[in-house]
Design a protein around this ligand. Structure first.
Ligand code: SAM
Length: 477
């Protein structure tokens, strides 16, 4: 809580009001006086832009000592008659002090009930002439004396923003990004090496300054390439990793430390799901905990969803139940290639005959393009047809200067058929400097699906590894 130092000055010359024990100083009484003509205020060091900078002693602190951030600062104030207080505060919205946990109106330090002090933003107001025309006019019309008073208040840890705390603590001149992704109650950070010494302090600050965050984790740079989840370390708060999130109106629960979840994919999930219609069938080859599968089922599609990670599979099933679509989603715990050559192969002929729209979603951007070879000759025993061939949405990362061309080339190579001019490419997001996530969409060519010369994966010119280990130092997709 803010503690006031009752010092108010009543004229251009400081004097003591012995009765109230308060010191009152008029900073600037004439509307037109420049800041430099207001001795003791505009020139005070506390009026510098970095007024809210915490004391220099906090630099290098590794264990959070909140008391060390407390300091007294001087801010400008207006003495406002109580009767017009609300109107004045409204008119000065942009000029009043805006600090977390700090009141804009305080008791008049002369202890008069007829007046209150309205605290002003020292970065915005250094003299009476700092007010805009409209603000000055409002002050005149409400009969507020055009005098700035200085007011000393205690600025504590609670009144600082997380960036201000961290900027003051971490080594000067080094990057102080305090950004994080929010996954339910978990704040998920990606700290740089120079920040690691301060990791627990950073975690505590993020938790303190973000209501609802009760756990802060740091992901290590190594992504487990098989299941796409990160190793992570709890920096502050509870160890509970079971998060509950809402995305596009759907609720998901999962153990964030054991499955893949990226809050930055919500738009992409929505984009693809919007293409699905009631009665369509969706094969989700790398389903995770269900962000394509479940909304598609809610729209009335029949879904077959697969994930190799037993934990993802378990949470996928759980989320189907939570969202009451378990009768619309069949779940599998297979390798993607086995899923394509098993359940997809079994279901497709009847779906093609019934002219059902079929979507195949393949969101494993590090490897999915290579998995496309699993479609080569998949239905070579069936009689070829042209209608309602499946639409594939396949994701890929690209570091190429021309990512569109790159992903199409790689998809074509994997399918054994050029896709140029028969696909569309969508830029999803930039995941790291020079690394984009792309989505290639195409109708699975009849020449690929029914090709009797291909014996599926084994006949691929460049056989794709079944499970490839790779390490990533970038974002979590
Ligand atoms: C990038 S995540 C995408 C998950 C989900 N579709 C989403 O959009 O959030 C890829 C998923 O593929 C799963 N996975 C990784 N390798 C796989 C494989 N060989 N076969 C099937 N699933 C696999 C991972 O466990 C992970 O859940």
């Amino acid at each position: 809580m803010l503690r006031l130092f009752s010092r108010v000055l009543t004229s251009a010359h400081t004097h003591r009001n012995l009765e109230s024990g308060a010191v009152h100083r008029c900073i600037c009484s004439a509307t037109s006086l420049p800041a430099s003509a207001c001795p003791g205020f505009a020139e005070k060091p506390t009026m510098e832009p970095k007024l809210y900078r915490p004391p220099p002693e906090v630099r290098g602190m590794t264990s959070l000592d909140k008391e060390a951030f407390t300091q007294t600062i001087t801010v400008p104030a207006l003495r406002v008659p109580t009767g017009v207080l609300n109107k004045v505060v409204k008119s000065l919205r942009k000029a009043t002090i805006q600090r977390p946990g700090m009141p804009r109106v305080v008791q008049d330090t002369e202890e008069s009930t007829d007046f209150r002090l309205v605290l002003l933003d020292p970065h915005r107001v250094s003299s009476i002439s700092s007010f805009s025309e409209a603000e000055a006019e409002a002050l005149r019309s409400f009969g507020v004396a055009e005098e700035l008073h200085s007011y000393e208040l205690q600025l504590t840890y609670d009144n600082l923003k997380s960036e201000e705390v961290l900027e003051a603590v971490l080594p000067q001149g080094q990057d102080v990004t305090s950004g994080f992704s929010r996954v339910g109650h978990i704040a998920h950070m990606n700290l740089r090496d120079h920040q690691l010494l301060f990791k627990n302090l950073i975690g505590q600050v993020i938790m303190d300054k973000n209501p609802g965050v009760t756990c802060v984790v740091n992901k290590t740079n190594i992504i487990d390439s098989t299941y796409r989840n990160f190793k992570m370390e709890v920096l502050a708060g509870e160890e509970n990793m079971v998060a509950k999130v809402k995305e596009n109106g759907v609720t998901y629960e999962f153990d964030f430390s054991r499955v893949y979840w990226n809050p930055r994919l919500s738009t992409e999930h929505q984009r693809v799901v919007q293409l699905v219609k009631r009665g369509d069938t969706v094969f989700d080859v790398f389903a995770g905990v269900g962000p394509f599968a479940i909304p598609a089922a809610r729209l009335g599609a029949n879904v077959l969803a697969n994930d190799l990670n037993p934990e993802s599979y378990r949470w996928l099933q759980h989320n189907c139940k939570v969202n009451k679509v378990d009768s619309k989603v069949r779940t599998f715990n297979l390798d993607g290639r086995e899923f394509i050559q098993g359940p997809v192969k079994q279901e497709l002929p009847a779906l093609l005959k019934a002219k059902t729209n079929v979507h195949v979603v393949m969101n494993l951007p590090a490897l999915a393009l290579e998995f496309l070879d699993a479609f080569r000759g998949l239905l070579h025993e069936e009689s070829p047809c042209d209608d309602n061939l499946p639409t594939v949405h396949c994701y890929g990362f690209s570091k190429d200067d021309d990512p569109d061309t790159d992903v199409v080339k790689r998809a074509s190579r994997s399918l054994g058929l050029p896709l140029e001019n028969r696909c569309s490419v969508h830029f999803v997001r930039n995941v790291a400097p020079n690394k984009d996530m792309m989505c290639v969409r195409f109708t699975l060519p009849k020449e690929v699906l029914f090709n009797s010369n291909h014996e599926q994966t084994e006949s691929s010119e460049e056989p794709a590894p079944k499970r490839q280990k790779c390490e990533e130092t970038t974002d979590s997709t």
